[in-house]
Design a protein around this ligand. Structure first.
Ligand SMILES: Nc1ncnc2c1ncn2[C@@H]1O[C@H](COP(=O)(O)OP(=O)(O)OP(=O)(O)O)[C@@H](O)[C@H]1O
Length: 300
């Protein structure tokens, strides 16, 4: 019997191809998440990452397969799963604090007014926005709005947090600041997070494991890469750990050279890799130049 918190078994998504045939975007997606893990998923555009996340959220249906969380099949959206998208979805007529209060009240209707406010303020403070609690979304920058969205998602303490490229629309400096906030809030809460990103450095900073998807159509989650770096992590120092460079190199090499052909294990589960300890074949120098170029493209 399974003991994992979340079990994803044999997911596929098939669309009509517009010419009377079918297009299988991804197939036989299998993985498990343990409680408290932070897992990022990376893959080239169009391989189906957002679709998989939407199926986990209960906002989309897979063509085959199922998702089981805490022993119960996911069949639609629920408060036990929280989602943050790239384009923050705050209520424009409510202040930053009231946006969080709104979510907290819905989650715990029996809580007193004082308890709801105190809890909501605590989370707004965690993302460094206590000074802006009375401002409406239109009076906040894009980065501040996304911090409110993240604070609201964590404040409602869903059992699973689903983040779909939450920093995708932000400039690099703001993105760095919010990555730091996310590290801090996750260290305090240790909630289970499944996050899509295109940024390998962001994935290494945040994750316990990184899922690597092969290219579509018929995309698979080919590998599960361990991020063997101690917590708490800091953006300013993480690269000093020799394991960091090995992991980064491994991810970029996958995206540049192997994502077209990589396959999971025979049973469909992702191949487990630990670049910090595994013997990896060193790339020749020209490939190094190529992978560094792509790392920038991936991070862009
Ligand atoms: N309604 C639809 N009909 C046909 N194809 C669709 C439909 N919706 C999505 N697709 C296709 O499904 C594929 C997966 O889309 P999805 O957005 O999940 O990919 P993604 O990996 O998240 O991409 P990106 O990284 O660019 O956000 C894409 O090739 C897309 O064109």
């Amino acid at each position: 019997m399974s003991k994992s918190f979340l079990e994803v078994d044999g997911l596929s998504k098939v669309y009509p191809d517009g010419q009377g045939g079918e297009l299988t975007v991804f197939e036989d997606i299998r993985f498990a998440l343990q409680k408290g893990e932070f897992v990022c998923i990376i893959g080239h555009s169009g391989c189906g990452k957002s679709t998989i996340l939407n199926v986990l959220a209960g906002l989309d249906e897979a063509s085959t397969g199922n998702v089981v969380m805490n022993g119960k099949e996911v069949k639609g959206p629920g408060l036990e799963r929280g989602v943050v998208f790239q384009n923050y979805s705050l209520l424009p007529w409510k202040t930053a604090l009231n946006n969080i209060i709104f979510g907290v009240k819905a989650r715990w209707p029996s809580w007193s007014k004082e308890k709801v406010r105190e809890h909501s303020e605590r989370y707004l403070k965690m993302v460094g926005l206590d000074h802006a609690m009375d401002r409406k979304p239109s009076q906040l920058s894009g980065g501040m709005r996304q911090r409110v969205s993240i604070a609201r998602a964590f404040a409602t303490q869903p059992e699973l947090l689903l983040l779909d490229e939450p920093f995708g629309a932000l400039d690099a400096l703001t993105r760095g600041v919010i990555q730091d906030e996310l590290v801090k809030i996750w260290e305090e809460t240790r909630q289970t997070v499944f996050m899509i990103t295109h940024d390998v450095d962001e994935a290494i900073l945040l994750s316990d494991r990184i899922f690597l998807m092969s290219n579509g159509p018929n995309a698979r989650i080919a590998e599960s890469v361990k991020v063997n770096l101690p917590h708490p992590r800091s953006r300013a120092t993480i690269f000093q750990n020799p394991a960091h460079q090995k992991i980064r190199h491994y991810l970029v090499d996958f995206l540049v050279n192997r994502s077209g052909s990589a396959l999971p294990e025979k049973d469909g589960s992702p191949r487990v890799v630990d670049p910090s300890t595994d013997e990896l074949t060193p790339d020749p120098a020209p490939a190094e130049t190529k992978t560094e170029t792509t790392a920038r493209a991936v991070n862009a």
